[in-house]
Design a binder for this molecule. Structure first.
Ligand SMILES: Nc1ncnc2c1ncn2[C@@H]1O[C@H](COP(=O)(O)OP(=O)(O)O)[C@@H](O)[C@H]1O
Ligand SMILES: O=C(OP(=O)(O)O)[C@H](O)COP(=O)(O)O
Length: 655
């Protein structure tokens, strides 16, 4: 899995806000099935054992943005305490002072449940203000709410704008198993669909026709298809407005060579009740009026079993009949047994959907299938091939790709030579052997020679903070590319906002410097970024476009690939204000798009783009996990031990 998980992060003493899906069925204030609470236990226990302070967020039902006692999470918190065997604190508030106080009082290894997130209107609207209030309670967000992953809400998605979000174990497991059915499933791949909600599931069929070898259809769903084939279905449940679609799907399956298998007989009755008269009829003989199909018949069971034999991947969503009534449960039970049998033979079998999970549980087969998903809607949307917002918002790991990842420290006018030497010794000891990314330090001109010397047998590179574009001559106070090169320096920072704004460097000057650096085989770290007033006037992209176009004017494609770009919003430099990961990613993606338009896709993909501006260990995780952010150009935090912490963060993120 390319997502960061709770295993990748240090939890000791950290405040962890964890989104779980405790949306459990309740009757008269009593939980009727605690499967979802149990499913979240491994993640909660892990965080507690590691010494985290755990704050749990969940919704329950649909209270529509206001407190309603029947949707309180209090009974859930009590059940959780029983299951964990430890005290679980509960605050009957979702945000606010009482919540803050409870969080402040929380000790390592303690757990606190907040009230139903859907008591707040902003939750389902993914309100950034609400997300921020939750984010401010914690250091890290753990998303273990797979059942909610198809919703873009404040507590699972919005919050990831402010603090890093990583997957919990349940989320990881769900993604792992469901991916087996979507990305290169082992064949033969058989899908079993049933249940009542044709309209909810029809999207999956369209998508599954692309990957599955066989689709077996039972449950009430079969009657919409049988109707489409012109069969007499009596009073069986079907969806009139989906008959045409069913016809289309039958044709499509035919074209694609996918076997769409329908039952050949059914168990019928006149009433949906236990103990009523029932009989088995062949589908080809039709079902008479007044009778309805409530289960698949014995021949269909055999047919389905034969189709399942030898399957390597099976996805099942929706029972074969009204399994809640024993008279009509045989089809579901027999198919469930067969699924268990082929699991034993090595097939990957995945059950999704609330009722299907309940059926599997009723027959005691939960542990005999590979995976019973905790998500109904979420697992279906996943199988449809959609990107779920609650998964997209979890930080991704980074793979080594064609561009370099870089951690660069711009020391500016700081550190005497002695201080520089001392600090470099620390750096070489701690991060001198870095392989996954490049480390670059940019001391003052005076310390360059020493820095090159001290880093000689390490993987740390040395950069100058500036240079002139001429080779030599009457340029008082300047240094040339050749001078830097002769010291063994191999990077040079050009066009930093302080040079642009304090020393009046123009795009034209910077362009000349970049060209000179390239000519002399020095890697330019080309800085760009908008000022606050430009951002406020919505001119960010215009400013960036001008800086990139003028800075790279007249440079050949192959040379552009060697340049490192650093996006440093001027309003975030030295101000303590940092762009949110989303703001930074948006600009980085824009720069890459610009490069592909100016040059080509290969150039866009090859150029390393760093983010700079109040980068610190606290905010770096969120920034560096963004796909277009290839590292940092760090100011203040590069002068201290925090630079080593930044390297540690990069090491955990790059796989
Ligand atoms: N032939 C049928 N006629 C009416 N209802 C059916 C029939 N077969 C199955 N059902 C009902 O379908 C319901 C489950 O449907 P659905 O919600 O689509 O499944 P899931 O929750 O697994 O996604 C069950 O309550 C079951 O009783
Ligand atoms: O129970 C859930 O969905 P599911 O019944 O489709 O698995 C989730 O908790 C999401 O709840 P929602 O459908 O009210 O957004």
């Amino acid at each position: 899995m390319d997502k960061m998980t709770i295993k990748d992060i240090e939890l000791k003493g950290k405040k962890v806000i964890m989104r779980v899906d405790f949306n459990v069925p309740m009757k008269d204030g009593v939980i009727t099935n605690d499967k979802r609470i149990k499913a979240a236990l491994p993640t909660i226990k892990h965080a507690l054992n590691e010494g985290a302070k755990v704050i749990l967020l969940s919704h329950l039902g649909r209270p529509k943005g206001e407190p309603k006692p029947e949707f309180s999470l209090k009974p859930v918190a009590e059940r959780l305490a029983e299951l964990l065997g430890q005290e679980v604190k509960f605050v009957p508030e979702v945000v606010g002072d009482e919540v803050k106080k409870a969080v402040d009082e929380l000790k390592e290894g303690e757990v606190l449940v907040l009230e139903n997130t859907r008591y707040m209107k902003g939750e389902t609207k993914n309100d950034p203000e609400l997300a921020k209030q939750w984010a401010e309670l914690a250091d890290i967000h753990v998303n273990d709410a797979f059942g909610t992953a198809h919703r873009a809400h404040a507590s699972n998605v919005g919050i990831a704008q402010y603090i890093p979000s990583v997957a919990g174990f349940l989320m990881e497991k769900e993604i792992k198993f469901l991916s087996k059915a979507t990305a290169n499933p082992e064949k033969p791949y058989v899908v079993i669909l049933g249940g009542a909600k044709v309209s909810d599931k029809i999207g999956v069929i369209t998508n599954l026709l692309e990957v599955a070898d066989k689709i077996l259809i039972g449950g009430a769903m079969m009657f919409t298809f049988l109707k489409a084939l012109g069969k007499e279905i009596g009073s069986s449940k079907f969806e009139e407005d989906k008959v045409d679609l069913a016809k289309e799907l039958l044709e499509k399956a035919n074209e694609k060579g996918v076997e769409l298998v329908l039952p050949v007989d059914a168990v019928i009755a006149q009433k949906l009740e236990a103990g009523v008269e029932k009989k088995v009829v062949k589908i080809e003989d039709g079902i008479e009026d007044g009778w309805m199909g409530l289960d698949i018949g014995p021949e269909s069971i055999e047919l389905f079993k034969s189709k399942l034999a030898g399957a390597k991947t099976v996805v099942w969503n929706g029972p074969m009949g009204v399994f809640e009534i024993d008279d009509f449960a045989t089809g579901t039970k027999e198919v469930a047994n067969m699924v268990a049998e082929i699991t034993d033979e090595g097939a990957i079998t995945i059950i999704g959907g609330g009722d299907s999970a309940a059926a599997i549980e009723k027959f005691g087969l939960e542990r005999k299938v590979s995976h019973v998903s905790t998500g109904g809607g979420a697992s279906l949307e996943f199988l449809e091939g959609k990107e779920l917002p609650g998964i997209a918002s979890i930080a991704s790991k980074k793979k080594i790709n064609k561009r370099k990842y870089i951690l660069a420290g711009n020391w500016k006018m700081n550190k005497t030579n002695l201080e520089a030497a001392e600090f470099i010794s620390k750096l070489t000891a701690k991060i001198g052997k870095e392989k996954k990314f490049e480390v670059v330090i940019a001391p003052t001109f005076l310390a360059l020679e020493k820095a090159v010397d001290l880093t000689a047998s390490t993987n740390i590179n040395v950069a100058a903070q500036n240079m002139h574009f001429e080779d030599k001559g009457a340029f008082t106070g300047e240094v040339s590319a050749d001078m830097l090169k002769s010291l063994g320096v191999n990077y040079v920072i050009l066009g930093h906002s302080e040079r642009r704004n304090i020393f009046g460097e123009t795009d034209e000057i910077i362009n000349k410097k970049i060209k000179k650096a390239l000519e002399k085989d020095l890697t330019p770290i080309f800085c760009i970024g908008e000022k606050l007033e430009e951002r406020e006037k919505d001119l960010t992209f215009n400013v960036i476009e001008k800086q990139v176009k003028e800075g790279l004017y007249g440079i050949e494609k192959e040379d552009v690939k060697k340049i490192v770009i650093a996006y440093e919003p001027v309003w975030a430099i030295g101000t303590g204000k940092v762009a949110t990961p989303e703001q930074a990613e948006e600009v980085h993606a824009y720069i890459r798009k610009l490069l592909s338009e100016m040059f080509d896709e290969d150039v866009a993909e090859s150029v390393t783009i760093l983010y700079g501006g109040s980068v610190k260990p606290e905010n770096y995780f969120g920034l560096f996990t963004k796909p277009n952010i290839d590292g940092g150009l760090v100011g203040g935090a590069s002068l201290k031990e925090s630079f080593i912490d930044l390297a540690d963060i990069m090491r955990t993120i790059i796989v």
